[in-house]
Design a protein around this ligand. Structure first.
Ligand code: SAH
Length: 247
């Protein structure tokens, strides 16, 4: 049996013997780009049913039919971690969504802050980046990318039980406070969110709002000021290592 190298996300049920119909884009990718043909294996996941091996039953230009064979991996969900970030330039925003998916964020929320550079996002494009990143990194979960919302609105209806790791550039200094969080009763398995600001940083009012929330812990990400995309990856790594699924 040939091993399957191509992984595809499909928005369809997966189970033994199930037929999966692919549309034009995925058919083009499999047969036009990757040169697969009938009988070739592909790995499929749908975000909730693990990973399955499937075989190309019908290869067409406009559509294709795959037959699902056996499960190759169980479903693996990331910890209950959200990433809030203020969208920056397009390529860097794409990067943040891609990296957050690889690093194991469960939900990605673009937020508009006072100094946010960009007023608009293409939610569908960002969601497609999350799908691609999941296909590429071997994950079986695709984080939901929310529409752009005002930071104040999101914080105004903040869930009581979700702690916030507030990455505050005003605290830039030698030590990250993350290890100390272990002494505050924060335990693995609890809902969390990381908050990263825009290139212009947080306004005083936003800093105050975040600091007054009882769920919020402000931390430094070291002595240098990081760009927002770097800060997002660094914070995700710190959190995953201290409280998430890297431990
Ligand atoms: N223009 C701001 C920097 C913004 S950096 C200034 O010069 O002060 C973009 C975001 O990355 C920040 O809002 C913060 O969330 C995060 N960040 C960058 N470096 C950081 C650090 N050393 N500690 C904590 N957060 C940091």
């Amino acid at each position: 049996m040939r091993s399957a190298k191509i992984r595809l996300y499909v928005d369809q049920p997966l189970g033994e013997g199930q037929s999966v119909l692919l549309g034009r884009d995925q058919a083009h990718y499999l047969f036009g780009v990757m040169r697969l043909s009938a009988g070739d294996p592909v790995l499929l996941f749908n975000g909730s049913a693990g990973e399955w091996r499937a075989t190309v039953a019908e290869a067409g230009k406009r559509q294709a039919v795959l037959t699902v064979d056996t499960q190759t991996n169980a479903q693996q969900n990331p910890p209950d971690l959200w990433l809030l970030f203020a969208p920056i330039k397009k390529a860097r925003t794409d990067f943040i969504v891609e990296k957050a998916t690889e690093m194991g964020a469960a939900r990605i929320l673009p937020v508009q802050t006072e100094f946010t550079n960009s007023e608009r996002i293409r939610q569908d494009r960002l969601q497609a980046h999350a799908v691609e990143a999941a296909e590429q990194c071997g994950g079986t979960f695709v984080p939901d990318v929310a529409d752009l919302q005002k930071l104040g609105t999101v914080l105004g209806q903040w869930p009581e039980d979700r702690r916030i790791l507030f990455c505050d550039e005003a605290l830039a200094g030698p030590a990250s406070a993350l290890p100390e969080l272990k002494g505050t009763g924060a335990a693995a398995g609890e809902p969390w969110a990381i908050v990263i600001g825009p290139e212009g940083g947080f306004s005083d009012a936003e800093r105050q709002h975040l600091n007054q929330l009882p769920q919020s812990y402000a931390i430094s990400l070291g002595p240098r000021i990081l760009r927002a995309d770097t800060a997002a990856v660094a914070a995700l790594a710190l959190w995953q290592q201290a409280l998430g699924d890297w431990r």
